[in-house]
Design a protein around this ligand. Sequence first.
Ligand code: GLU
Length: 296
Amino acid sequence: MNKPASKQPVFRFAPSPNGQLHLGHALSAILNHDMAKRELGRFLLRIEDIDIARSTPEFEAGIIADLKWLGLDWEQPVRRQSEHLDLYRQSLGQLIARDLVYPAFLTRGAIKTAVGEFEARGKTWPRDPDGAPLYPGEERRLSDDARQRMLAGGKPHAWRLDMAKAMAQLKEPLTWQESGSGPTDETGLIAADPSAWGDVVLSRLDAPSSYHLAVTLDDALQGVSHVVRGSDLFHATSVHRLLQTLLDLPHPVYHHHRLILGPDGRKLSKSNRDTGIAAFREAGKTPDDIRQMLLL
Ligand code: GLU
């Protein structure tokens, strides 16, 4: 018997179709699928394809074929982020109207140069939890007029969250409920630390959203109650909790699971074909073999 709709847990697997699925993705997808089954919940598949330059229909078809081969099934229709760009634009518009984001004109190359010059003087530039330099954010100091002139001039830009302003809106410390790995206390609560990310990108130079904005909005819109994903996204959850609070969205429970490492001890990458699910299938492995390799 199904639980009542409002209480039914909702899980999702949300791959980006910019490469083949590897063992790490298989672990994520299987964990989500099995937890949903166990808890009489729903299991959704979401294709995170806002990165139009790197996403292809062939990779998407490959992902679907691999997941089916693994024996997973999910609800239809599948949500594809590229079909919902207006939604992301709308939410960004709200944040622009509240003056919580600003247009950022520096390209990745320009940031690298600025940081390189700074560090050449023997000082260290602050970095985010993924090791990328924090955005310098000079544009925060632009007058309204100057900002409008640059925008009217059509200069390409991203939109970045003004982290200090956003943090100042919080009425209480941000936390999240974690049921997987991470430094939880006995309540399972983790203290979120969005500031560690600096002024994160919410809309990219080349796409009307960033991963952070799209994932937060979609999880809320799809009623996702449990986010189960790799521990490489553990720290990103701080940003997602902040966006949920700013945009008045519900917040799921999080479960960050172990990563599958390659023989070199590093996280698997999509470019490493040897650990691709398709390669195992072609080599005659079965879905049960994959579960065993994943120690499931
Ligand atoms: N699309 C992200 C990825 O493939 C995962 C997003 C998430 O699970 O929050 O890495």
